[in-house]
Structure formats: C-alpha cells, structure tokens
Write a protein that binds this ligand. Sequence first.
Ligand SMILES: Nc1nc2c(c(=O)[nH]1)N[C@H]1C(S)=C(S)[C@@H](COP(=O)(O)O)O[C@H]1N2
Ligand SMILES: [Mo]
Length: 312
Amino acid sequence: MLIRQNDDILPSEITPPEIYRERRRFMQGMGALAAGAALGGTPDAQAGARLAGVRASAYRLDEEKTPYKDVTRYNNFYEFGTGKSDPAENAASLKTRPWTVTVEGEVGKPGVYDIDTLLKLAPLEERVYRMRCVEGWSMVIPWVGFPLRELVRRAAPTGNARYVEFVTLHDAKQMPGQRARVLDWPYVEGLRMDEAMHPLTLLAVGLYGEVLPNQNGAPIRLVVPWKYGFKSAKSIVKIRFVEKQPLTAWMKAAPQEYGFYSNVNPQVDHPRWSQAKERRIGEFFKRDTLMFNGYVAQVAQLYSGMDLQKFF
Ligand SMILES: Nc1nc2c(c(=O)[nH]1)N[C@H]1C(S)=C(S)[C@@H](COP(=O)(O)O)O[C@H]1N2
Ligand SMILES: [Mo]
C-alpha cells in the first residue's frame, strides 16, 4: 500500500476552489475503484483519475485559480466543435489508450513513445500558469506535467533542428469536428528551438492533480503560457524537429491574423479587435493584458532585437 508523502501535497490542494473540494470529496467516496486509480500507476488511467507522485513546484501565482468546472467546460478544441461547450460535450469519443507520440526529424534519437512511458519520462510537477486566449479571455490553471526540454534533450536534436512542430491526432471518427473544414486538419503548431527549450514550456498530462480531461487535450498537450492559447496544441501524436519554420494550422487559415510567434502582447492588436484587455473567466471587470502574459522577466530575452509588430 502506498502512503502519500508530504511532498506530494499540491498547491491545488492547499487552496482549492470550492467546487474542486466538493469534487474531491465525491471522488474519495467512490470506493475501491477510485482508490486504486488514486494510488496511481494504472496504465489506462482515465480523465479525473488522481495522478500519483506529483511534486509541487516554484511556479505559483498570487491569483485565484479558475474553478475546475470552468477549466473543463469552457474550452477551445475545434476537433470537437467550435462552441465553447462542444469539447466537454463531445470529447468522450476520443480514445486516449493506446496512444503513442512519434518523435522524428532532425534528431539523433527518433522514437515512438508509448504515453505511459512518457508519463514516467521526467518527474511530474504542478505549475500554476496564467493562460490567455487570443479571443480575449483568460484563466489561471494548475497544470501537471514536465518541461518539454526533458523530451527534447532525450531526442538529441541535430544542428539542423531550428524549430519544433507539434501535430494533433487526425481521426474524424474520434474527433467529429474534423468532418467540418474549419481548419486544414491535422492541427499543427510550432515553436522555435529556444522557445521549446525554455523552462516554462510544459508538456501537460493533467490539471488540478488529475489526469487531463479529453476536452483539455488528453492524453498529452503543450502549454506555453506567454503565448496565446492556440499555440498550446492538444492531444499530440507527433513532435517533429525541423530546419524551417513550421506552417501552423492558424497561419494557413488566416496568415494576416495569426503569426508564428503569437506572443501575448497588449500593444499588438488582432486586426479585428484590441488585445489591450482581457476577461478573466469568473470576473466581471476586465483586466489589463500583461506583456508576454506576465512572464516578461522569464522570456523577454528570447525576443531581444526583434520587431514584435512584424513578428506577431
Ligand atoms: N488541437 C487543438 N489544440 C488546441 C485548440 C484546438 O482547437 N485544437 N485550441 C487552442 C486554443 S484557441 C486555446 S485557447 C487552448 C484552450 O485550452 P483549454 O481548453 O485547455 O483551456 O487550446 C488550444 N489548443
Ligand atoms: Mo484560444
């Protein structure tokens, strides 16, 4: 029998939102099945199962976390429809086991990782990040994951690897939204190598201490907190190291509106709306949007000397 240790206690458990506490009580009352999942390591852990051995991290915020129910019911995931409630309603058709992530391209060690191997690649930690959607809403989410750089290092990129491309699953049987041509599927995103190696850049497998709900990008998704939300590709099946800047799904769809960098920047407006302010989900008054979503001290040097109006 595993006993939970002190260093497993997460910030999300110390000051949980009310709704989260209720949910935990419910889970704790669920008996043997839930207990088995809670103690971890079940290879086919499904959404809502407790992730074992998650460490707290130094990445916390003095801001209230967005309630679990909003994080998991107000989503953008066009593979399941374009409405905010569509992903929560439709994502049950996504099968997250078996699942593999192919690492290929300009690397010395390409490979096909089983998701349950990936879960053990590096210690899982909780990181509370501010997230800002390009549409003007924001949340504070306690993610569980590990830095992308852990995977990059193991892949041993060659000298030609200048960018990393992320590809979401393409299977209209599991992702009914892909029957509509709102985007040129599969969803593709990309980062410059130094952005991919940045310590803030996360591969997330959970939130609020639990396995990622499908609508949030199970079983594994990117989280890049200083960029608009769409850079954080969900349900990833392929990570490619490439020499040329990837053509992302949003750049293909509307290049004048969505650039490769897509750094949160209150001074660079979207062609159709201002980016100066945002609505934090659950709040009434708008907040000022922060440069690099508040992560200036950590990421500004990545862009020194770059014209951010041009490289938007
Ligand atoms: N594959 C895929 N990834 C995606 C999207 C999508 O439609 N498809 N939407 C993006 C957008 S616009 C946002 S704001 C975030 C939302 O993540 P969340 O629902 O977990 O908050 O996911 C991003 N990742
Ligand atoms: Mo978004």
